[in-house]
Write a new protein. Structure first.
Length: 480
């Protein structure tokens, strides 16, 4: 059995270290249990295909820059050749040969080393490097914008899932109330305090509440499925309870100040860099007829006997095109068209920017007003329900009045839940429009990806998977 030599051992260690150095950490999904918003953002921004696509565009732009830079680098090539010639003599000549004559086999070798370098192309490569550098910065800005957009989409989907869960709990509570009322009515009928019609009416109310609960369950499953799709998770995503009564912090809603902030959005920066890159490409196209100066050096040794014949060559080469079939002219026209296209895209984005900001501000204001109105609606519906239940228990109220009061209270609670989460979604939309990253996402690197040394945290596992969303009533609301 052959043993590995020192060179083989060193090569094995080097390859192992290189493999360890290039391995990329993979963030695992959270453990079983509800996903927090930060969990969803961390996983989505680390695994979503749109993020990988944007990162691939950055890597491609960086590779293009390196390829263009290599045109001015030193290039070295080595060549080697070996030949063996055998001469076959005729019979008469072979018999006449004397012993000790020359051999019939002749070996020849030839080796050479060549070095080439473009000394200058009078600005063509330098201009191309500037353009590709703009492309790289534009790709990085575009990746940042993809992260902002994906972060907003994940946050909205997470809030929609919480909203659907809160609505589900409202319908569960409504069904429980009607079931309790049905039992109470049956006891009243048994003692003759209420007519049998009240039982029929209560059973219809329970059936209607159960139908509403089925619809809420379907909406909740659809919202969780949409959240899973937005995050890109490999399994079902669970959401935990939420405080529905809390409100987002107040923000500045001055349109002019928000416009100034929105003008620094990554997508607008990417478009501006694309314009600069297109202008540099136009400049490069105008340099198409510039000459280029190259230097070369060759060293060779060859022969059939030692010492081998040796030689070297040093040279300069100047290449100056005079006619290119109007290629430069059409390249300049194509570059001008690219500049016009990039400028029109920026103008179009700026035209729609103010409209987006104004709509986002209007959405925040409208959601806040609807939340305040929903608080009053819940309080009034709660008082109406208390009054209707008291009248029915006292024997002066009708079952229709009680049903209307319960239905109105459930509708008011549902409107309150909708308004509460719509306000948070409106704030998330405003953050996206002005180019802000979700504030709940802390520690995300400026260049994208997990911060150094940080692993994806696993959310806590609740004691019971049947946690109920606590819907905080508005201040002053009387619970029946």
């Amino acid at each position: 059995m052959r043993t590995q030599g020192p060179a083989a051992i060193l090569l094995t260690l080097f390859l192992g270290l290189a493999t360890m150095g290039t391995a990329q950490p993979v963030a695992d999904p959270p453990a079983s249990g509800p996903w927090t918003l930060e969990d969803c953002l961390l996983y989505g921004l680390s695994h979503h295909p749109s993020i990988r696509s944007a990162a691939g565009a950055v890597d491609g732009a960086r590779a293009n820059l390196g390829t263009a830079r290599s045109n001015l680098g030193t290039k070295m090539t080595a060549q080697g050749s070996f030949s063996r010639r055998r001469t076959e003599y005729s019979r008469a000549l072979a018999n006449a040969r004397v012993a000790g004559g020359s051999d019939d086999l002749v070996d020849s070798t030839g080796e050479s080393v060549s070095v080439r370098k473009v000394l200058t192309d009078f600005g063509k490569t330098a201009t191309r490097l500037q353009s590709l550098n703009k492309d790289l910065r534009a790709a990085m800005a575009e990746r940042s914008w993809v992260e902002v957009q994906l972060g907003a989409e994940i946050k909205n989907a997470w809030l929609r899932a919480l909203q659907a869960r809160a609505q589900l709990d409202v319908q569960r509570e409504n069904l429980e109330r009607f079931q309790v009322h049905l039992g109470k009515v049956k006891s009243f009928v048994e003692v003759g305090a209420k007519p049998p019609y009240d039982i029929t009416k209560a059973e219809v109310d329970v059936a209607n509440a159960r139908v509403s609960l089925i619809g809420a369950e379907s909406n909740f499953r659809n919202a969780c499925s949409a959240l899973r799709k937005t995050v890109g998770a490999p399994r079902d995503v669970e959401v935990g309870p939420a405080d529905v009564g809390s409100r987002p912090a107040a923000v500045d809603l001055q349109v002019d100040r928000l416009m100034q902030e929105a003008l620094s959005r990554p997508d607008l920066l990417s478009t501006r860099l694309a314009i600069e890159s297109a202008r540099l490409r136009e400049k490069e196209a105008r340099l198409g007829l510039r000459p280029s100066l190259s230097g070369s050096a060759d060293y060779s040794w060859s022969g059939s006997v030692t010492p081998l014949d040796r030689g070297y060559t040093l040279g300069l080469s100047l290449s100056a095109p005079f006619l290119d079939g109007r290629q430069t002219e059409f390249s300049v026209k194509a570059a001008k068209s690219s500049v016009n296209v990039a400028e029109s895209r920026l103008e179009q984005a700026l035209l729609s920017l103010r409209n987006e900001v104004e709509q986002a501000v209007t959405g925040v204001i409208d959601a806040g007003q609807r939340f305040e109105a929903a608080e009053i609606l819940v309080r009034q519906a709660s008082e109406t329900l208390l009054l209707a239940e008291g009248r029915y228990d006292a024997g002066v109220g009708s079952p229709i009045e009680l049903t209307d009061a319960r239905t109105g209270y459930t509708s008011a609670r549902g409107s309150f839940v909708t308004a509460a989460f719509d306000e948070r979604i409106a704030h998330a939309t405003l953050d996206r429009v002005v180019g802000r990253f979700p504030p709940e996402m802390t520690g995300w690197g400026s260049d994208g990806g997990l911060p150094a040394g940080q692993d994806l945290p696993a959310p806590p596992v609740p004691a019971s998977s049947a946690a109920v969303v606590e819907i905080a009533p508005a201040s002053g609301t009387a619970e029946p």
